[in-house]
Design a protein around this ligand. Structure first.
Ligand code: UDP
Length: 421
């Protein structure tokens, strides 16, 4: 599918970083500047770090609100997602200015390499920018910039805090717990996330329940999504595609796509459902999933169309009109609950439990993280019968976050602890 936007992609600015390594024998400098700030009455300054597709999508609304409230921030892109379809397209579509710093994370790094890259590379930027706080988003490796920040004495603010799947096979679950444990201010999307933090003895004064940024993004772009729907369903762009007449799939989690057995069983399960309900599958797969399918010689079901990742508006237009969603994306399970689209989540647990208890999702993974294609397919009826709770998700999250940042500005610029009042 074509990039629906005609706007040119932004060219990120490659900023030369100063040499910050200390001379032999001298300790590294700290980035503290709070005392100075107060004296000079300077506004607070934030560094926001992202590096993968959902980061830029979710943060797009926050950037707008920060600008509206005249909060000074610098955006750093770690470059974990670097291809046009996984990053640039979202900057263009969602009208996000190019990041001030664009790190070139080398391709093919493992978990350790990616984590190490973020932790190391962000240090020079923080020493140069001297922010009052670093904002980390969610649970992918870019959020580990929080580790560098806290070691430099810079406050850490975590967005999408408190999510817990309790599935320790997930690298994301480890990141969530690490970052939450060192954060000074934790913005939770739900009350459930807040109680998870209470159970881990996070001081209640550090926690703010604010809702989900993705709902702001979906609301803000309703018209763009409607236009994408008209393009896709109005003029045969995908060859006579009818609303509610296809199964919509994404797959990218390492537990699923780096296991030959899991990947094969998931595709077989999808194939059973596709055959039973006579619906073709549109699978918008992450590049590493496509590589794994080829490498492991996975047998694809009939009527299983593989597509490269696409832009947000086209993607959501397709998701919103699907017969059902099957896949392992956390954000997609929220979006399908919001749009009332039945979903089979190819995982044993979820860090977004409200999508199961009050939404449209059914978990189809076995407790040990494997899949039985027949049992998985038998859960389809349960998903089709689900009705999401009204008013589960509300917009206004970016406003709540920025309002809170303004309210706590003095504390953010100061080095007192929050409950020290
Ligand atoms: N998405 C997109 N194009 C695609 C696949 C996903 O715009 O081809 C969007 C989707 O609407 C959602 C987000 O990307 O907002 C989900 O990203 P992903 O599944 O990679 O991450 P997760 O939410 O699992 O962390």
């Amino acid at each position: 599918m074509q990039n629906p936007s005609n706007k040119p992609h932004p060219t990120p600015q490659k900023t030369r970083l100063p040499k910050t390594h200390s001379k032999k024998g001298k300790p590294h400098q700290f980035a503290f500047r709070n005392a100075d700030n107060k004296k000079r009455g300077r506004n607070m300054k934030l560094v926001i770090v992202g590096g993968i597709r959902p980061d830029i999508i979710n943060l797009s609304c926050l950037f707008q609100e920060l600008q509206n409230k005249k909060i000074d921030f610098v955006f750093v892109w770690t470059g974990q997602h670097y291809s046009k379809n996984l990053s640039e397209i979202f900057f263009t579509e969602l009208n996000v200015a190019p990041p001030k710093y664009m790190l070139n994370m080398p391709e093919g790094l493992g978990q350790g390499g990616q984590s190490g890259f973020v932790i190391k590379e962000i240090e020079e930027i923080l020493l140069k920018e001297k922010p009052d706080a670093v904002i980390s988003f969610s649970d992918a490796n870019p959020c580990l910039a929080a580790i560098t920040a806290t070691k430099l004495g810079i406050k850490v603010i975590h967005l999408e805090s408190g999510l817990r799947s309790n599935d320790f096979r997930m690298p994301e679950e480890k990141n969530r717990r690490i970052v939450d444990s060192i954060s000074d201010l934790l913005f939770c999307p739900t009350r459930q996330a807040e109680s998870n933090l209470w159970l881990e003895n996070v001081h209640p004064k550090k926690i703010v329940v604010c809702g989900k940024l993705i709902i702001d993004v979906l609301k803000k772009h309703e018209q763009d999504i409607r236009e994408a729907e008209k393009r896709i369903f109005g003029n045969d762009e995908l060859g006579m595609l009818e609303k509610q007449d296809y199964i919509f799939t994404t797959l990218h989690r390492s537990e699923n796509v780096q296991s030959k057995q899991n990947l094969q069983n998931i595709l077989t399960g999808i194939g059973i459902i596709s055959k039973k309900y006579d619906k073709p599958v549109l699978a918008y797969l992450h590049p590493r999933t496509i590589t794994a399918i080829n490498q492991y010689r996975i047998k694809k079901p009939e009527n299983f169309g593989v597509y490269d990742p696409t832009g947000f508006f086209d993607f959501v237009a397709l998701e919103k009109n699907a017969f059902m969603y099957i896949g392992d994306s956390g954000t997609c399970s929220e979006e399908t609950t919001y749009f009332n689209i039945p979903s089979l989540i190819t995982r044993p647990t979820t860090e977004r439990p409200e999508t199961v208890t009050d939404g449209t999702s059914v978990l189809v993974g076995k407790q040990d993280g494997t899949f039985n294609p027949e049992t998985f397919a038998n859960k389809t009826r349960e998903a089709l019968n689900k009705i999401p709770k009204k008013g589960l998700y509300k917009a206004g999250t970016a406003n709540t976050i920025t309002r809170t940042l303004k309210e706590k500005e003095e504390w953010i610029r100061d080095d007192k602890v929050m409950w020290d009042d």
